[in-house]
Design a protein around this ligand. Structure first.
Ligand code: XMP
Length: 516
């Protein structure tokens, strides 16, 4: 749908880095799509906007008979192809080279030396650090190809066949540790594939609004709001396209941050007026969560209740044909079974994206081509308040999964007050933007303390703060002693139900970001 943009197709063979390739290409303002190797079809390959193809890495060995193959239709297109790692080995095999597995397996950092002038290495240093991650490598170069670089272990690091427009890298240019990787990818895009029409958010916005208008005409659309970035940007974008035909429903499950429900209401009431409806449903959720301790049960109850409440309300709006969802591109990639995101199996995720199929509404996902930071930028162009856009991610089941064990109104109230103190400290001390996600967890543990001359017996809080790129992996953020001391002091002095503060220094894996 991105009309005039030139496009790069990334064919995925199962590499853990495929999303990163797509990310880098977007950073270079080029539109790209990731498609698993077994979903490639004529329509995809005949797309007039297609300017180049990247074959990703993958966990298999091309020597294995059952490993994924390179479809000859792809090679016959005549457009530039860059094979990365497994992708390179596929090209090698196709043109009668030899792939082997020797003692010289290279994993991690390696230094390559450019041996021959190559468009891929234009303005790239002769010697540079790259990231290798595969056991197989080329033993004999394929017919018609030249070797353009070697690793310090004398492994062939890159080959090319200019006549056929085929290029291959044994290393991963998409990984940060490949110091000139981005330059190499940029050479592929702009010198080899000759990309001209760059992907610009301004264009995306105007084109998207126009196509939504054409598609939706005067049909009614409903949108579930969570107060988060994705659903907010979806709603603002749709509003620009269909104005009063957009109806927004915000289910307040009572598990939001302090004052958040009011803030969401204020933002949307002003913008959408009567077409915005807030449903106060905290009592329904609390009742259903009573005596439930198991994390998965909690998640499922919240998910199901959310759908029931939303559905009931949506039915009151007559003649609705579409349901808008804030699905992002990484959600699409992860939900394709072949890609299999690990987190989905660990926790059943719930968000406004999981609304019911049985509602028989047509789904519309206007952000599905975008990454999170692009959605934030788009939100800026739609004039959404920057504080809302730059908020840390917040899970659909809300504070319920930050209160291990049974959830009740009293505990939610304590956690909301603690969370506010913690987050305000981070904001006031300019730490908030350095952290990907920070929150407090109320533990079901009471301990003895002393305040003044009094014995206390109160709750324990654990502080979580992580850095991450996409939430799939994370590292804990290291506060200094003064910061930890001040946060702990502020919480204990202002929230009388808490007398002990812990700091969670677990990375993901082995931990997850949320506690439940
Ligand atoms: P975990 O705990 O799986 O969390 O390491 C990874 C990221 O996902 C967020 N998260 C959710 N987001 N619905 C959401 O919309 C959910 O059910 C959900 N569970 C976790 C979590 O906050 C973190 O950013």
């Amino acid at each position: 749908m991105i009309l005039s943009n030139d496009k790069i197709l990334v064919i995925d063979y199962g590499s853990q880095y495929t999303q990163l390739i797509a990310r880098r290409i977007r950073e270079l303002q080029t539109f790209c799509e990731v498609i698993p190797f077994n979903k490639i079809n004529k329509k995809i390959l005949n797309d007039k906007a297609l300017s180049g193809i990247i074959l990703s890495g993958g966990p298999n060995s091309v020597k294995d008979k059952k490993s994924p193959k390179l479809d000859s239709k792809i090679l016959n297109l005549g457009i530039p192809i860059l094979g990365i790692c497994y992708g390179l080995q596929l090209i090698c095999k196709e043109f009668k080279g030899k792939v082997g597995q020797s003692k010289l397996r290279e994993y991690g950092h390696s230094i390559i030396t450019v041996k021959r002038k190559s468009l891929l290495f234009k303005k790239v240093k002769t010697k540079n650090q790259v990231w290798m991650s595969h056991g197989d490598h080329i033993e004999k170069k394929p017919y018609g190809f030249v070797i353009t670089s070697l690793s310090s272990e004398k492994v062939i690091a890159s080959i090319e066949n200019l006549d056929k427009n085929l290029f291959g890298l044994q290393f991963h240019p998409e990984v940060y540790h490949s110091l000139e990787g981005k330059k190499i990818l940029s050479n592929f895009l702009f010198i080899i594939c000759k990309i001209k029409n760059k992907f610009k958010l301004e264009n995306f916005l105007s084109v998207k609004v126009k196509t939504l208008r054409v598609k939706l005409k005067n049909k009614k659309v409903i949108c579930g709001l969570s107060g988060g970035v994705d659903s907010t940007v979806t709603a603002f974008l749709l509003h620009k396209a269909v104005q009063n035909n957009l109806f927004c429903i915000f289910v307040d499950h009572g598990l939001l941050r302090l004052n958040e429900s009011k803030e969401v209401e204020n933002t949307f009431k002003t913008k959408f007026g009567k077409n915005f409806k807030k449903i106060e449903a905290s009592n329904i959720f609390l009742k259903k969560l009573k005596k439930i301790k198991d994390p998965e049960k909690k998640r499922k109850i919240i998910g199901k209740t959310f759908i029931e409440v939303f559905e009931k309300e949506a039915k009151k709006i007559k003649g609705v044909e579409y349901l808008a969802q804030g699905t992002l591109y990484p959600d699409i990639i992860e939900s394709i079974p072949f890609f299999g995101g690990p987190t989905a199996k660990i926790k059943s995720h719930h968000n406004v994206g999981g609304l019911p199929k049985k509602m028989k509404l047509k789904i519309i996902e206007p952000l599905k081509e975008l990454f999170k930071d692009e959605v934030r930028n788009l939100g800026g162009k739609l004039k959404i308040n920057s504080e809302l856009l730059n908020r840390h991610p917040f899970p659909g089941p809300g504070l319920a999964i930050r209160i291990p064990g049974e959830v009740d109104k009293h505990k939610i109230d304590i956690l909301q007050r603690v969370d506010k103190i913690y987050i305000e400290y981070l904001k006031n001390n300019m730490i908030y933007d350095k952290i990907w996600q920070a929150f407090a967890v109320l533990l079901p543990v009471k301990s003895v303390g002393v305040m003044g001359d009094e014995r206390t017996y109160n709750y324990t809080i654990s502080l979580r703060a992580v850095t991450s790129v996409d939430g799939m992996t994370a590292d804990f953020y290291m506060f200094n002693k003064t910061q930890l001391t001040n946060i702990s002091k502020e919480i204990i002095s202002q929230v009388k139900e808490v007398n002990r503060v812990l700091f969670d220094f677990t990375s993901k894996p082995p931990g997850t970001i949320e506690w439940e």
